[in-house]
Design a protein around this ligand. Structure first.
Ligand code: PGA
Length: 244
């Protein structure tokens, strides 16, 4: 049901003080308003400025998302942000299981699974990230790793309307490297077999205005999760414009 228009999602990561974030959000919003995008657009800013930048974005039809959430609704979790708090700040989506968190914060599939459930509890759409490391790909384990992460990280109750899957090979994030189109297509096909019919699958990892068109033209690629290139409104918009 959710499949149809592609989804171009920007993950600002830990970038953006209020003034920069507002300027970037306003630039994205202005393009979205003027350009009648063929895709759905989503921006995931740092939680500290989500509310501040959300107004301009949402008014222009660009959805707002969080970059992570805690599994609990509230409580003694110093420094964390709950899915309910993101919802309250105007978010419609939350990224969970990003490889930077799996690696740097030790998030296991079980932890990510609880975060997906938390997103749903709060009424958010979970963007569940999976992806293999360079060593795992070199060992030919990429399909097993990705389907294993999906099996472990996805609670019962997924639908095409509450879930977006994101294939993000760890070695392609922020490196300028991307898998071949054949490899992207093969993993997306494998993911497709393990999620509800119609669920969008994004590709993420060094998507830029130069490679977006060919990646987004693949049948099983329903959009992109964009890091570095989402920090420049022109580049982010060029990726949106590359949607067929
Ligand atoms: P990148 O990041 O586009 O900078 O490679 C993608 C991501 O981590 O979501």
């Amino acid at each position: 049901m959710a499949r149809g228009k592609k989804l171009i999602a920007g993950n600002w990561k830990m970038n953006g003080l209020r003034a920069d974030g507002l300027a970037l959000a306003e630039a994205v919003a202005a393009r979205a308003k003027a350009g009648a995008p063929r895709c759905d657009l989503l921006v995931c800013p740092p939680a500290t400025i989500a509310a501040a930048v959300g107004g301009a974005l949402v008014a222009s039809g660009v959805a707002l998302g969080g970059q992570d959430c805690h599994a609990a609704e509230k409580g003694p979790c110093t420094g964390d942000v709950s899915a309910e708090m993101l919802k309250d700040a105007g978010c419609a989506y939350v990224i969970v299981g990003h490889s930077e968190r799996r690696a740097a914060c030790g998030e296991t599939d079980a932890v990510v699974n609880a975060k997906v459930a938390a997103a749903w509890r709060a009424g958010l759409i979970a963007i569940l990230c999976v992806g293999e490391t360079r060593a795992e790909r070199e060992a030919g384990q990429e399909v097993a790793i990705v389907t294993g992460q999906l099996a472990g990280s996805l609670p019962a109750g997924a639908t095409a309307d509450n879930l977006v899957a994101a294939y993000e090979p760890v070695w392609a994030i922020g490196t300028g490297l991307t898998p071949t189109l054949t490899d992207i297509g093969a993993i997306h096909e494998a993911i497709r077999r393990n999620i509800p019919t119609g669920t969008r699958i994004l590709y993420g990892g060094s998507v830029n205005p130069g490679n977006a068109r060919e990646i987004l033209s693949l049948a099983d690629v329903d959009g992109a999760l964009v890091g570095g290139a989402s920090l420049k409104a022109d580049d982010f918009w060029a990726i949106a414009e590359a949607c067929p």
